[in-house]
Design a protein. Sequence first.
Length: 78
Amino acid sequence: MFYVYSLKCKNGYYIGCTSDLKERVGRHQKGLVPATTKRLPLELVAYFAFKDKYIAFNFEKYLKSGSGRAFIKYHFKI
C-alpha cells in the first residue's frame, strides 16, 4: 500500500507520501526529515491508503495545490 498523510506541525501542516507510514512518521518525529526538522512537534492527523503508487503520488500533488488545500480545509475543518 501507498499512503498520503497529513502531519500537524507547530506552524501548520505537512503533506507527504510513503509506502511505510509508521517508519516515515517516526522519521519525521525524530527530526530526520529536513522538510519538518524545524517544525517539531508533529502529530499524524489523517492518511489515505492506495494500492497504486501513481494514484497516491497524484493525490499528494493535488492536496498540495490550491484546490487541494481548500478541499482539506473544507472537509477536515483545518
